[in-house]
Design a protein around this ligand. Structure first.
Ligand code: NCD
Length: 310
């Protein structure tokens, strides 16, 4: 099959292994394109894309915009802070207005889980989820898995640890689904309060001990504490950031104790000194900037494949 099995990219849930292979194959080709002196191809010349960001973002939004421009699409973007959403307009009305301006594809980020699916049911356009609350962030998981395959060859039977605020992380959910589909063993690690009770039903193991987890894994994906989501609930999940860092922060002393070298990842934005120290984030074991570079190629692949289903 050389076509995706889905019309929208709402989540990794719903994709099959063949979809992921297709995306990675296209991403490899697009990565070559963006490393040429002329980084642009005309593939989406006839397409108009709207980026609707109802929640803050820097790198995901830039990455999508660059991907779209490299494919020669016409692009319009808005963020909620400067839009009529603040004046009480509903999500469907906002989007219908944009679609009346003849937009073919919408990339959206929204604080509410399920918002992209809701929209896909209501409007006749392709929807790409750029992160919906604590639910899914499919392009992040795809670019993470693509970066790991590039580094490790295959993910089959590789031990991958996702460490930190699992409870509030759409990156964790999408990564677990994607890595499991590609045959990896996945473990989540963090304080008990930041790991949801049902997580084992996703086929992962759970640990509350970072040093033990580091000794087990080939890859450590360090996640940010989602303080904005914790604060909005008025709840504190651990005593202090300092205490969190001493139990669950990755630092050089911890890495030096290991027998094997491990690959270190982070989706960004990094809180240096909390989940990861600067020397580790900037070390040669970290593939954080490869993730960013691959993000553009993987998003080009997703947009290209979805648009060619029309
Ligand atoms: C992640 C996100 O927004 O979910 N970041 C990103 O997409 N670059 C992770 C995070 O915010 O910690």
């Amino acid at each position: 099959m050389n076509k995706l099995s889905v019309r929208h990219l709402i989540g990794i849930r719903g994709l099959c292994e063949n979809d992921i292979e297709l995306i990675f194959q296209a991403a490899k080709e697009f990565k070559e394109v963006i490393n040429r002196p002329i980084k642009k191809v005309p593939s989406l010349r006839d397409l108009t894309i709207a980026n609707l960001f109802f929640e803050n973002s820097t790198r995901t939004r830039l990455s999508f915009e660059l991907a779209q421009k490299r494919l020669s699409a016409d692009v319009v973007s808005f963020s909620a802070g400067s839009s009529s959403v603040k004046k009480g307009e509903t999500l469907v009305d906002t989007v219908n207005n944009i679609l009346a301006m003849k937009v073919d594809l919408v990339v959206m980020r929204h604080p509410h889980p399920g918002a992209p699916q809701f929209l896909a049911n209501k409007v006749d356009t392709i929807i790409v989820n750029a992160g919906d609350g604590t639910h899914e962030h499919p392009t992040q998981a795809l670019l993470d898995a693509f970066s790991l395959q590039e580094k490790l060859g295959t993910l089959v039977n590789k031990n991958i640890a996702i460490i930190g605020d699992i409870r509030h992380s759409r990156v964790a959910i999408s990564n677990i689904l994607c890595l499991k589909l590609l045959g990896a063993n996945v473990r989540v690690c963090g304080p008990k309060t930041l790991i949801p009770k049902h997580i084992q039903s996703m086929g992962v193991t759970v640990s509350h001990n970072l040093d033990e987890t580091l000794a087990w894994c080939d890859v450590a994906n360090m996640l940010r504490i989602q303080q904005e989501r914790q604060e909005s609930q008025g709840v504190s999940y651990f005593p202090s950031l300092r205490e969190y860092a001493s139990s669950f922060g990755l630092n050089k002393a911890r890495l030096d104790k290991l027998d094997n070298e491990i690959v270190i990842m982070h989706p960004g934005p990094i809180n240096r000194g909390v989940e990861i120290t600067s020397d580790v984030a900037d070390s040669q074991h970290a593939i954080i900037l490869d993730q960013v570079e691959n993000g553009v190629a993987v998003r080009m692949a997703v947009l290209y494949l979805l648009a060619s289903m029309q």
